[in-house]
Design a protein around this ligand. Structure first.
Ligand code: SF4
Length: 433
């Protein structure tokens, strides 16, 4: 395959782990805690492609973006630019020099103000990188190119803007300058990290339209990072691109924007859609499609599917006769037992306390055998034996979702969820809705 036929960027099994900052005692006596910001992500970005990555804050999307453009070294896995391993190039190996890779993979940040030198005019800010990369250009040519670019991003008359300082520009204008600075490098890919989040709604749409217009004119690919599904949809849908959903360091669903938004397959994507007012179809559920809003600690993420502690569709053990609603309540009880957040009253009579804790956790009376199992575990809690309680509940109610990590397939719209495992459900059921 020739260089031009290779994907602009391909990530293969990328992991990025950081050591968490520790207190003095921990750092003297303990092993450092590791946060898996990104865990096993594979992704290809082709020429002229648009990929919008969405997820809650702390899900690893920014770290993944920085890894894709070669400013964050992965702990494991590889990052390739047109087939060339980026970090081998950094170490002086391979055909494509690291300098060329860095020029080809640009970034625009959420807060362009902080990325612009307050003491430099727009003209100086924009001619400086041209001077470094194209020393053959004359100062007149550099100035003419900058003025042309300012015009193309709607900053007219360009001579007027060229002599302003960053504080004399609005947020939207600063973002346009950051975009021009990236485009002047003639990049193959621009990472736009929350690039429109800080703008007013009307400016946001204008800026996204501008990104799309320039993407077409300059044949540039975009990796757009956002916590806002609505923005991601706007960009990806208009460009025929893809939306990728990240949860706790993992890519859990990716596909054409319209399919992911109209027909989300992963329960977490449904949560994001529910939380985005203008995307939830009318008449859909009002209750949040999630068991708890608490996000687990990324230092010790849940086993198996990382979403299983919050997922309303978590799969009961095979052969267990139980409704989804009751199973969800039992899984929440298991979480509470494991975290020891139940508050048994030591002075209350034992049986009354077991009944009180049961009533507190369950909306409906429990049928057998669940009542007997739950009471056995609650008795252990009341007796102070939390480990025995957790173990008893685990033995009766462990889900495949906590035992095995679902993997993302390689079809057009893959999702990492056991509900989609081949053969698990021949027909989509109500549980899949
Ligand atoms: S694998 Fe299980 S817990 Fe994870 S999203 Fe699918 S149903 Fe929910």
């Amino acid at each position: 395959m020739s260089r031009a036929d290779e994907p602009v960027v391909s990530l293969d099994g990328v992991k990025v782990h950081f050591e968490k900052e520790q207190g003095l005692i921990d750092s003297l006596f303990g092993e450092p805690d590791t946060v898996g910001a990104v865990d096993g992500v594979s992704l290809e970005i082709a020429e002229n492609d648009v990929v919008a990555l969405v997820g809650e804050s702390g899900c690893g999307k920014t770290t993944l973006g920085k890894t894709a453009i070669g400013i964050q070294r992965p702990t494991e896995g590889s990052v390739r630019y047109r087939g060339q391993d980026v970090w081998e190039a950094k170490d002086g190996e391979g055909e494509i020099p690291f300098e060329e890779i860095r020029r080809s993979l640009q970034i625009i940040h959420q807060d362009p103000g902080s990325a612009l030198n307050p003491n430099r005019t727009v003209m100086r800010t924009l001619t400086a990188p041209l001077k470094r990369r194209h020393s053959e250009m004359s100062p007149e040519d550099r100035r003419a190119r900058v003025l042309r670019m300012l015009e193309r991003v709607g900053m007219e008359p360009p001579e007027d803007y060229a002599h302003r300082y960053p504080h004399q520009l609005s947020g939207g204008e600063q973002q346009r300058i950051a975009l021009v600075r990236a485009l002047l490098m003639n990049p193959d890919l621009i990472l736009a990290d929350e690039a429109v989040s800080a703008l007013d709604v009307s400016l946001r749409v204008e800026m996204m339209d501008l990104l799309l217009e320039l993407q077409e004119q300059f044949d540039t690919s975009f990796l757009f990072i956002s916590h806002n599904l609505s923005n991601a949809r706007y960009l990806a849908e208009k460009s025929g691109g893809r939306v990728g959903i990240m949860y706790l360091g993992e890519l859990v669903e990716i596909g054409p924007a319209e399919e992911v938004l109209q027909n989300p397959k992963h329960p977490y994507t449904k949560v994001l859609r529910w939380a985005t007012a203008d995307l939830e179809p009318e008449g859909e559920v009002e209750e949040p499609p999630v068991r708890t809003i608490d996000i687990p600690d990324p230092v010790s993420p849940p086993s198996g599917c990382r979403f299983h502690t919050r997922c309303p569709k978590v799969i009961p053990p095979e052969g267990t006769d139980i409704s989804q609603a009751l199973y969800n309540e039992i899984m929440d009880l298991r979480n509470a037992v494991e975290k020891r957040t139940l508050r048994p009253d030591e002075d209350a009579p034992r049986d009354a306390e077991i009944a009180r804790l049961r009533d507190e956790r369950f909306d409906e009376p429990l049928s057998e055998p669940h009542r007997e199992r739950v009471d056995r575990a609650l008795a252990a809690v009341v007796d102070g034996d939390w480990d025995a309680a957790a173990e008893a509940l685990r033995a009766d109610y462990e889900s495949v979702c906590e035992r095995r990590s679902p993997t993302l397939g390689d079809e057009r719209h893959p999702t990492a969820c056991h509900l989609r495992d081949e053969g698990r459900r021949a027909e989509p059921s109500a549980a899949d809705d």
